[in-house]
Design a protein around this ligand. Structure first.
Ligand code: CUA
Length: 159
């Protein structure tokens, strides 16, 4: 079968690109720790207040200074809680769900960004390497008060 030399070259370039992307995905996942938010569990958005976890959202200390869990509810039009505090260098696992419509949870300046859907709990982990204040915002348009959906994570030297 005759393949034109230009066509052959482009087939080689395409294969090389796919190989490069596959390597980059591996590097991002295993060397840089980039992870895709996962669906952690389902939950009834109408009954969050009856749920022992969701009736009291906020920070839970799992291993002092090392691992924390954050339970966060997005609802029109605020995050609950709006402000949290975690120590620098600790692994922080965020569990986020919505009490009503579709929202999103993005921590500005980090790789953390996920959709927040009623009925589902999204999970993503992050380690803050620098102390300071990190804003989180809703990035899915959710109505008139969308722009008011933000909060702050205070990352402290030690807790
Ligand atoms: Cu919630 Cu936009």
């Amino acid at each position: 079968m005759h393949i034109d030399v230009l066509e052959k070259r482009w087939i080689q370039i395409s294969i090389a690109l796919m190989a490069a992307f596959a390597v980059l995905i591996g590097v991002a996942a295993f060397a840089w720790g980039v992870q895709v938010p996962t669906l952690e569990r389902r939950v009834d958005p109408a009954r969050l207040k009856d749920d022992p976890i969701w009736s009291n959202p906020g920070v839970r200390e799992v291993v002092p200074g090392k691992h924390y869990e954050v339970y966060m509810i997005a609802k029109v039009w605020q995050f609950e809680p709006r402000e949290i505090q975690v120590p620098v260098g600790a692994r922080v696992t965020f569990y986020v769900t919505s009490a009503d419509v579709q929202h999103a949870f993005k921590i500005v300046g980090t790789s953390v960004s996920m959709q927040v859907l009623p009925g589902y709990v999204g999970k993503v982990s992050y380690t803050f390497q620098e102390p300071g204040e990190y804003s989180f915002i809703c990035t899915e348009y959710c109505g008139i008060g969308h722009a008011a959906m933000y909060g702050v994570i205070k990352v402290t030297e030690s807790k």
